[in-house]
Ligand binder design. Structure first.
Ligand code: UD1
Length: 368
């Protein structure tokens, strides 16, 4: 059988983590070859290159160097740059992950070239049309020929939108990634780099905070988040996304930071190591909400919606508006109950199921 060519498009941190898992399987599959395209959406060393190195990802075959600007500008520039790559590579399938602008740009470009799109992590719905990622994931699901649902709720959402025929429940590839990373980081020493460049030792007990979403990128909101961090019962470790660094520094300067350790963004392994050692998590990251669930850590989410509603069971994830009192109250007062038998994110072998489904897709397509 002729080898099939899959063109994978990545661009932002969480996509590198997910693509690393499937890339390893592609490398071992003689019937499939992968062309890896990095849009350039994330470009700082600790937002991109570090992830490729620590996860053993192959270097991208193409880096389009596109980042920043408005959503429309970024997406349009990516589409313009992706089209000639897809035309010259003539892949059998374009594979995209998650819900970033890179995901949408690649899916739209591919479908306009009549190339089948495969969407890993389809079916999440926040029901918020002002959440930029919601638009990206709805559009991507609806142009895809193959959609992989990380939970049965996602599968139900896809069925409800008439996409059951192209979708299948595989489990969450983030869970696959988490299981391998947790085994690797156990017992390893990790040091953090402060925003001022100095070395920071991880405290014995701490809260792991991340906050980078566009919804929270406002002076007033950041001031509340910093105030909440100051009032937490334990020191707070906060790796700050580049988009937030100016505002966070200003808020920290105005309010003092004796309970808050501001550090540079961390790679995936460092993030899992922090999660494993943290007492609990405060975040607006969709991925970290799920990872907290995988690690059995309580999570307080600074958004009105969850990445996956399953994380809310037993108060394992509490949604709050990013207001100081609400966040502190949720972190200190809400009791969580963990039912270890409840694992809605699959069995940690989502990537194998995805590869099987891609093979089946090619087999059926070859018969038509
Ligand atoms: C993007 C995704 C978001 C995802 C997040 C993961 C979209 C709409 N959003 O958000 O879903 O959760 O990635 O981290 O696609 N910047 C740097 N260096 C970098 C990357 C970004 O300085 O390496 C700065 C730039 O000023 C850029 C800004 O951060 O304009 C925002 O980056 P962008 O990629 O647009 O969005 P994220 O907030 O990273």
């Amino acid at each position: 059988m002729a080898q099939r060519k899959v063109l994978t498009v990545v661009g932002a941190r969480p996509q590198f983590v997910k693509a690393a898992v499937l890339s390893r399987l592609f490398e071992g599959a003689s019937d499939m070859g992968q062309v890896l395209v990095h849009t350039g959406q994330h470009y700082d060393r600790n937002m991109s290159g570090l992830f490729f190195d620590e996860l053993g990802m192959p270097d991208p075959d193409y880096n389009l160097g596109i980042s920043g600007g408005s959503h429309a500008q970024m997406t349009a520039r990516m589409m313009e740059a992706l089209e000639p790559v897809m035309v010259s590579e003539r892949p059998d399938m374009v594979l995209v992950y998650g819900d970033t602008n890179s995901t949408l740009a690649a899916a739209l470009t591919a479908v306009k070239l009549y190339l089948p799109v495969c969407h890993v992590e389809g079916g999440f719905r926040t029901r918020s049309r002002t959440n930029p990622e919601e638009i990206n994931r709805i559009c991507t699901d609806h142009v895809a020929s193959l959609v992989f649902a990380p939970t049965t709720e996602c599968m139900g959402n896809l069925e409800g939108e008439g996409l059951g025929g192209v979708s299948s429940f595989t489990g969450d590839i983030m869970f696959d990634a988490f299981l391998s990373a947790a085994a690797v980081v156990r017992g390893r020493e990790h040091f953090l780099t402060g925003l001022d460049g100095g070395r920071i030792d991880v405290p014995g007990e701490f809260v792991y905070l991340t906050c980078h979403r566009e919804e929270n990128d406002r002076d007033g909101t950041i001031a509340e988040v910093v105030r909440a961090a100051q009032e937490m019962p334990l020191p707070v470790v906060y790796p700050v996304h580049p988009r937030m660094q100016g505002r966070v520094r200003a808020a920290a300067k105005a309010q003092g930071t004796d309970n808050l350790l501001l550090v540079e963004p961390v790679g995936y392994l460092e993030s899992v190591a922090l999660l494993e050692r943290a007492s609990f998590v405060v975040t607006d990251s969709g991925g970290l909400q799920r990872e907290a669930f995988f690690a059995g850590k309580k999570c307080v989410t600074l958004l009105p919606f969850a990445s996956a509603n399953e994380t809310l069971s037993g108060n394992r994830n509490t949604l709050v508006t990013p207001v100081t009192a609400d966040a502190v109250l949720a972190a200190t007062q809400v009791e969580q109950t963990i039912d270890a038998s409840f694992m809605p994110f699959g069995d940690g072998r989502a990537a194998e199921k995805m590869l099987d489904a891609i093979r089946t897709y090619f087999m059926i397509a070859g018969q038509k």
